[in-house]
Write a protein that binds this ligand. Structure first.
Ligand code: 13P
Length: 288
């Protein structure tokens, strides 16, 4: 089963009113949890890597795990699976991922002035499209910490609708990430989502919207955002917690055992269960 880009899976999700989950992996075990969750839930899925994770393991290692996991069942058990590079400011790393076999990339030049963001994002589309790689791009500033991108509350700002329309018309991204009031990391209070802004941008740009900052949002918030045009939902922090808590909880319950494979398996099961739950919530379960 070859990896796909995000185009067909997001356009089907947008048309049918559900969202595809994009889950940030950390290593082989978490990649395996995403792929097996997709198989069990019969869901399309996006395996997402932060730039830091790519630098930590190297692109060659990650693509080999993912290809092995995705291609390991015959006949194929999975539906569509994309490998997507999350928030990346570095055009060399984007190129390396495209050349290594990622099927989708995100250019995050949202911290630059708007005109510069336009130019850089367009450059990435020009680099990616001939290789059939999809591109996500962002405007506005999403509060919180994602990878090495830190946005303080006072720096955060929503995407401007007029800029969003111009950006999508000129850049033609396959997926668009306007800041709409969600946050990366753990929410400190009730998030104030700009639903009107989201609806206006989704309708006027007609580009599938990526909902960033998925961890910690209430079920009704996900559902409303999906109904207004979010076809991709990003989940990262939830996996970081499951990765560590799954490991630690097993060890605490069996603290004389020292059987690493059992600990790894407990971590895998915790990751997978949380991912399947989200696939059901986003409506992607059963849609592969
Ligand atoms: P969370 O870490 O809040 O789940 O956000 C993930 C995200 O948006 C990655 O780009």
């Amino acid at each position: 089963m070859p990896l796909e880009n995000m185009k067909a899976m997001l356009s089907k999700a947008a048309t049918e009113g559900y969202a595809v989950g994009a889950f940030n992996i950390l290593d082989y075990n978490s990649a395996k949890a995403v792929v097996q969750a997709a198989q069990e839930a019969n869901a399309p899925v996006i395996i997402q890597t932060s730039a830091k994770t790519v630098i930590f393991w190297g692109a060659a290692a990650i693509i080999s795990w993912v290809r092995q996991l995705v291609g390991s069942s015959s006949p194929p058990k999975s539906g569509p699976i994309a490998l997507h590079l999350d928030h990346c400011k570095d055009l060399d790393l984007i190129k390396e991922c495209i050349d290594s076999g990622w099927t989708s990339v995100m250019i995050d030049a949202s911290a630059k002035p708007f005109e510069e963001n336009l130019v850089l994002s367009r450059q990435v589309v020009q680099m990616a499209r001939p290789k059939d790689v999809t591109v996500e791009a962002e405007i506005g500033a999403i509060v919180g910490v994602e990878d090495d991108i830190h946005v303080k509350e006072q720096q955060a700002h929503l995407a401007d609708s007029e800029q969003a329309i111009r950006f999508c018309a000129e850049v033609k991204p396959d997926c668009f990430a306007p800041a709409i009031g969600t946050a990366h990391g753990v929410y400190k209070g009730e998030p104030r989502i700009a639903y009107d802004r989201l609806e206006e941008i989704a309708t006027k740009t007609a580009v599938p919207i990526a909902l960033h900052g998925g961890t910690g949002l209430a079920d009704n918030v996900f559902k409303k955002c999906i109904s207004l045009g979010c076809a991709k939902v990003n989940i990262s922090t939830q996996l970081k917690y499951a990765f560590i808590d799954g490991f630690v909880a097993y060890h605490e319950a069996h603290n004389t055992q020292y059987n690493p494979l059992k600990v790894i398996d407990a971590q895998f099961n915790k990751l997978k269960a949380g991912i399947i739950e989200k696939m059901k919530l986003f409506g992607s379960a059963g849609k592969a």
